[in-house]
Write a protein that binds this ligand. Structure first.
Ligand code: NAD
Ligand code: IPM
Ligand code: MN
Length: 353
């Protein structure tokens, strides 16, 4: 029997609450499959660990994680620890060290999910974002001169390499070709006269290799307007790290909320482990109360199953999420229900069985 070794970083706030439901669901899937199993190893890394040790993860954390087939992550960030430390020293370092340069984020309105837009149905909100996940505005390059002096200056560089742009854009073209969908590039070449002009140039170059894929290019400001006014324009979308971050929270808002938004951080070459997570944060406002919606985590578990070649099970989980949304009997408060995090997780397990 095939064993998938998964490193679990539950993290902070609602992270552990939603992740334990995700694990429960994956274990049930494995049991039912009879063909594979999961071996979960838990790492206590996060803001509590930081408060005790001064580190967000163990010193050899990256080396330790490199031995796993995948990482399942809850959320990181807690009051009392500066966000740029907690995120850079755990989540972002993993994405970078493991060259998880593709961040796949579905923005798909399932049946029964609440949509704040008027006159829009499921078929109108069915996008997949391919977010550049290794460089760009998140390169971590810059400086802070004359810190705390009256003349202090900060510089934050956007780093767009040819290799970095080509590989994410090519991945998006391949996906669009495979799924017979259109591909939209979202950038900002009118104002960002180096980085985004370069991005647009590479998008155009690579599009010549894919004459069968219909393409569109939008400026990010107009794209955010059209996501709300006319979301059906977008199918496969490719964009930079920061734009992808912002637009997928907007995407979550039009596709049922943060409680339903999932993401896969992929190293497509499988040289390093990939990482699966809900895209929401640690939600300190609702943490510890059983209010968090675990369905985003279940959706990311579905992405994990796809990644391991168990697409039938991945699809099954998505169908179950949809069934739960349509029935409206067992939902957390963000979706208008009264169920707890655990009850929703149990419902998924029950429907699997
Ligand atoms: P957030 O995503 O944690 O919360 C935004 C809003 O959405 C809150 O009102 C929250 O209650 C709600 N929400 C989020 N997930 C939910 C769920 N599963 N069910 C129901 N409601 C949910 O964003 P934030 O408040 O801007 O950030 C909080 C902390 O999380 C910060 O420290 C931030 O840096 C961090 N963060 C971490 C990640 C990550 O680990 N991947 C992602 C985003 C933010
Ligand atoms: C996300 C998060 C992260 C990001 C933060 C926490 C660094 O917002 O995964 O969407 O911006 O990538
Ligand atoms: Mn985000």
């Amino acid at each position: 029997m095939k064993t998938h070794k998964i490193a679990v970083i539950a993290g902070d706030g609602i992270g552990p609450e939603v992740l334990s439901e995700g694990i429960k669901v994956l274990n049930k899937v494995a049991e039912l499959s009879g063909e594979f199993k999961f071996e979960f190893t838990h790492f206590p890394w996060g803001c509590e660990y930081y408060k005790e040790t001064g580190r967000m993860m163990a010193e050899d954390g990256i080396e330790t994680l490199s031995k796993f087939d995948a990482i399942f992550l809850g959320a990181v960030g807690a009051p009392g620890v500066p966000d740029h430390i907690s995120l850079w020293d755990l989540l972002l370092v993993i994405r970078k060290k493991f060259d998880q340069y593709i961040n796949l984020r579905p923005v798909k309105l399932l049946k029964g999910a609440p949509c704040p837009l008027k006159g829009v149905s499921e078929k109108d909100v069915d996008m997949i974002f391919v977010r550049e996940n290794s460089e760009g505005e998140y390169a971590g390059s810059g400086s802070w001169l004359y810190k705390d002096k009256p003349n202090e200056v900060v510089i934050q560089d956007g780093v767009f390499s040819r290799v970095g742009c080509e590989r994410v854009i090519r991945y998006a073209f391949e996906l669009a070709r495979k799924e017979k969908k259109t591909l939209t590039s979202i950038s900002k070449g009118n104002a960002l006269n180096y980085s985004m002009v370069f991005w647009d140039k590479i998008f155009k170059e690579i599009s010549a290799e894919y004459p069968d894929v219909k393409t569109y290019s939008y400026l990010v400001d107009a794209a955010s307007m059209f996501m709300v006014k006319d979301p059906k324009r977008f199918e496969v979308v490719v964009t930079s790290n920061l734009f992808g971050d912002i637009l997928t929270d907007l995407g979550a808002a039009i596709a049922g909320g943060m409680g339903l938004a999932a993401g896969a951080n992929l190293n497509p070459e499988r040289k390093f482990p990939s990482m699966f997570e809900p895209i929401h944060g640690s939600a300190p406002d609702i943490a510890g109360k059983g209010l968090a919606n675990p369905l985003a985590t279940v959706w990311s578990a579905s992405q994990l199953l796809d990644f391991f070649g168990h697409e039938d099970w991945g699809k099954k989980l998505l169908d179950i999420i949809e069934e739960i949304l349509v029935e409206k009997k067992v939902l957390t408060p963000d979706l208008g229900g009264t169920a707890t995090t655990k009850e929703v997780g149990n419902e998924v397990v029950k429907k699997l069985g």
